[in-house]
Design a protein around this ligand. Structure first.
Ligand SMILES: Nc1ncnc2c1ncn2[C@@H]1O[C@H](COP(=O)(O)OP(=O)(O)OP(=O)(O)O)[C@@H](O)[C@H]1O
Ligand SMILES: [Mg+2]
Length: 228
């Protein structure tokens, strides 16, 4: 198992109100699986994704990554976990507007590897892989929505994450572009063995998962795991 979650609770406190965004959730995520998460707005999907990626600590419960309890780690170790293991793709593409496609990817690589030429090659390879070899020097505003999302995916994959977390990666896209993005994610999953966890509102997109889970009020109401 890549991830084992047991009795996870996340309570947000606002003024005098407590919101149980994740309410006693237990879930196993096998290595190499493609998990899709659906559920109504406010059901806790993004919260769960942020906890999985080590960006948010749960209020209680356990979460093991590769057998190691993650939430007992120091903040510096969480940061190492995030940069070595996790890639994020968010609904709004979060590309840097004044950098070209290739620069948006290189910047993620430059953090770790100082050899600029090596990073440029790797960024090109990634852009080629998502079908954008002929758009490397385009700025985000010169790319279509689907192309911007593909740059965001290439960037998330820059450091070869074991775990790719995607929050509504097709939320802003039409059906054809959505399918393109989903195919890229499926390929990452199958060819690289990357474990993918994707939040989606679309039943069509959810079908891409080999494990399909549904949340309601922070609880797991469906866990359709076809990997076993
Ligand atoms: N930082 C926060 N402080 C207080 N409450 C929060 C915070 N973030 C989220 N919530 C609440 O927690 C619940 C779960 O939010 P979350 O963002 O995980 O839902 P979601 O399933 O991703 O919804 P959507 O489909 O609309 O993106 C919601 O009721 C939300 O209002
Ligand atoms: Mg959300």
């Amino acid at each position: 198992m890549l991830i084992q979650i047991k009795n996870l609770i996340k309570t947000y406190q606002r003024h005098n109100e407590n919101i149980n965004a994740i309410d006693n959730l237990s879930l196993d995520i096998p290595k190499g699986s493609f998990v899709t998460i659906t559920g109504a707005s406010g059901s806790g999907k993004t919260t769960l994704l942020l906890i999985l990626g080590g960006l948010l600590r749960p209020t209680s419960g356990k979460m093991k990554y590769n057998g190691k309890e993650l939430n007992l780690q120091k903040e510096s170790e969480m940061a190492t976990f995030r940069s070595n293991h996790v890639g994020f793709v968010m609904q709004s593409f979060a590309l840097i507007p004044y950098l070209t496609a290739i620069e948006n990817i290189s910047i993620a690589l430059n953090v770790k590897e100082k050899n600029k030429e090596k990073n440029r090659k790797r960024a090109l390879e990634l852009l080629d892989w998502v079908g954008l070899a002929d758009r490397t020097t385009h700025y985000p505003k010169e790319l279509s929505a689907g192309q911007q999302q593909r740059v965001a995916i290439a960037r998330a994959l820059a450091n070869n994450p074991y775990l790719l977390l995607a929050d509504e990666p097709t939320g802003n896209l039409d059906p054809k572009l959505s399918e393109e993005i989903l195919e890229v994610l499926k390929e990452v999953n199958l060819k690289q063995g990357t474990t993918v966890v994707m939040v989606t509102h679309s039943p069509m997109a959810a079908e891409y998962g080999d494990t399909k889970i549904q949340l309601k009020d922070g609880k797991l109401i469906i866990n359709d795991d076809n990997t076993k």
